[in-house]
Design a protein around this ligand. Structure first.
Ligand code: GLU
Length: 597
């Protein structure tokens, strides 16, 4: 959620480098931020509440942190303790010499706090994080920094990632992780290496694409070289760096006013890349699916809706019954899992805490796991038996668009592979992708923007679909909620008469997803029922109809229609956010990869 960015190397403007790194993590969502560098008498820190975007490296207090060859920085998404400067990280020990930045939740913080207070420590913040600095301070009496960090970290419960800087240990940094993501970037050259640490890989790309992902219960000591060890035993371990093919400019906003818009416009390429899966891998995963007794998609938020879309795709294309469960609900099904259960875990970041927990449960029961994920090297790719990379490139807007589309495309391809028709599926998907451009022309975008202006003052919005358009409606409603904050709900057309029609009043906007499929006649009947109660009908699909008060045309995508129907819904959400004065990239209270539970 919150972000970590750290530099150690030959450059003397470490605070500026870290400040810029934190700005690249802005999109993840945060409420306060801070930096620390070593000083002559303890660590020097600068912590603030609010946005970092406008702050420059020349800003007085930030500039005063330099010159320094090492700096740690953090953007906080408060879990324990209010949003105040005093609760912003880095947190320091009593002597001011140990500084800690922390992502996650120390679940046993209260117990540790009581112990520290009894031992005479004074805690300056309300956070769970601060205890870590004080625990390390105690342990430094008898141990060198890496061992002190290891022993302190071993006492923390929960999913955590920390970076520790100690004024007494010069520029040495120690990183440890047990759940929350951490990536180390190696830049510079052999005689003058530079090291970066971040909670999120795209933030490193401006500096290097040579990366090492730290695994759970692993730590790294950066002291001009890089050493890895187990946090459980302290034994050294070896970790290889990987070169990631993402380009730094893919992670930049360029000329676009928002990342969300940029990413919506990149979707044709995203679908095209997503369907270029290694054929042997695709065949292998399809074979695993065929022998599985049960197949279950899991995901959270938008990826949860993608899983539900998957159930329709597999039933329709491969004649295969599957189920979809939310990552956070999955543990309730643990007793139904066995060796012949196949879990298909869907994620953008591959770091979603609820999803990783579900995968651990499935692995413990001997089930097989396939990951459909965007971020290479992420924790999900390490846990899964097979990984189909979505390859959408860095996605920075909190509301997922291109990664979602890539996930749906991978599911469409896999469903065809399961039916023994991978090549045919690839051709169909290529054809559908070729229609995406028609949905992102300035004319079309303008049409959706005008509709958004008309709807911007509404309090409620319903998206109604049948068949595969039911989960598409769920995802459309998620998009609208996320960035416009309008109350939006996805409703199955058939359920209207059971409850939802009670909500319709004169003027209530209802988006009717009417593809050219066998649900069309029935969804138009639903539209008529809504219209009879005064609802305003916005039709979305390949054919206009007199019942529509507004109409957004969408090319006919056949059995893969979600790849087209969703696009005007994403664009609508984007323009609704803009029309209501919201920042679509950083919706309130939300964060990009949800690494806490
Ligand atoms: N639990 C910590 C806090 O509230 C860290 C939150 C975060 O991951 O940003 O300060």
């Amino acid at each position: 959620m919150c972000g970590i960015f750290v530099y150690q190397g030959p450059r003397s403007d470490a605070a500026g480098i870290v400040l810029e790194g934190l700005k690249r993590l802005e999109y993840r969502g945060y409420d306060s931020w801070g930096l620390a560098v070593p000083g002559s008498d303890g660590l020097k820190t600068e912590r603030r509440v609010g946005k970092i975007g406008a702050v420059s490296a020349n800003d007085g207090p930030i500039a005063a942190l330099n010159p320094s060859n090492v700096a740690i920085g953090h953007t906080r998404w408060a879990t324990h303790g209010g949003v105040t400067e005093g609760n912003a990280h880095p947190h320091l020990s009593c002597d001011g010499k140990v500084g800690v930045i922390h992502n996650g939740i120390v679940e046993n913080a209260e117990e540790l706090k009581a112990e520290l207070l009894a031992g005479g420590h004074v805690l300056a913040s309300e956070t769970d994080s601060e205890v870590i600095a004080h625990l390390i301070e105690n342990l430094l009496r008898d141990h060198p920094l890496p061992e002190a960090v290891r022993l302190a970290f071993s006492r923390l419960r929960g999913r955590n990632a920390i970076v520790v800087l100690s004024a007494s240990a010069g520029k040495v940094l120690v990183v440890a992780k047990s759940g929350s993501p951490v990536v180390i970037g190696i830049g510079g050259n052999e005689s003058a290496p530079e090291y970066f640490v971040s909670s999120d890989m795209p933030a490193l790309l401006a500096h290097t694409n040579r990366l090492v992902w730290l695994g759970d219960h692993e730590m790294a000591t950066i002291d001009g070289s890089l050493k890895f060890a187990s946090t459980s035993t302290g034994e050294p371990i070896s970790r290889q760096s990987e070169i990631v093919a993402w380009e730094p400019e893919q992670a930049e906003r360029g000329e676009h006013p928002h990342f969300m818009l940029k990413e919506i416009l990149e979707q044709r390429d995203a679908v095209q890349r997503a369907i270029n899966q290694p054929p042997a891998l695709l065949d292998e995963v399809a074979a695993v699916m065929r022998v599985a007794q049960e197949v279950c998609f899991i995901g959270c938020g938008t990826a949860g809706a993608v899983g539900r879309i998957g159930t329709y795709l597999f039933a329709d294309i491969a004649g295969r019954a599957t189920s979809a469960i939310l990552g956070s609900e999955f543990k309730n099904y643990r007793h139904s899992l066995h060796e012949r259960t196949l879990l298909i875990a869907i994620s953008q970041s591959g770091e979603t805490a609820d999803l990783l927990e579900a995968v651990d449960i499935a692995l413990a029961r001997g089930s097989r796991v396939v990951a459909i994920v965007n971020v290479p090297g992420s924790m999900l790719t390490r846990k899964a038996h097979y990984t189909l990379l979505v390859q959408a490139g860095p996605e920075k807007a909190v509301a997922s668009t291109k990664a979602t589309m890539g996930q749906i495309a991978v599911l469409g391809l896999l469903a065809h592979a399961c039916a023994g028709q991978a090549a045919h599926g690839h051709a169909l998907l290529t054809n559908v992708a070729s229609h995406i451009d028609a949905l992102t022309t300035p004319d079309y975008m303008g049409r959706v923007a005008r509709l958004a202006n008309r709807l911007a003052g509404e309090d409620d919005l319903y998206v109604i679909g049948r068949g595969i358009n039911y989960p598409v409606a769920l995802e459309a409603a998620i998009k609208v909620q996320e960035v416009s904050y309008i109350h939006a709900e996805g409703i199955a057309g058939g359920e209207l008469k059971h409850y939802a029609i009670a909500l319709i009043q004169p003027g209530t906007p209802c988006i009717i997803l009417a593809s050219n499929d066998d649900a069309r006649a029935e969804i138009l009947s639903n539209a008529a029922q809504v219209k009879a109660r005064g609802g305003m009908i916005i039709g979305v699909g390949p054919e206009d109809n007199p019942i529509f008060d507004e109409y957004l045309p969408v090319p006919d995508g056949g059995g893969l229609s979600p790849l087209l129907t969703l696009i005007p819904m994403q664009i609508l959400a984007y323009y609704l956010a803009c029309a209501r004065g919201n920042d679509p990239d950083m919706p309130r209270n939300l964060a990009k990869s949800v690494t806490v539970k």
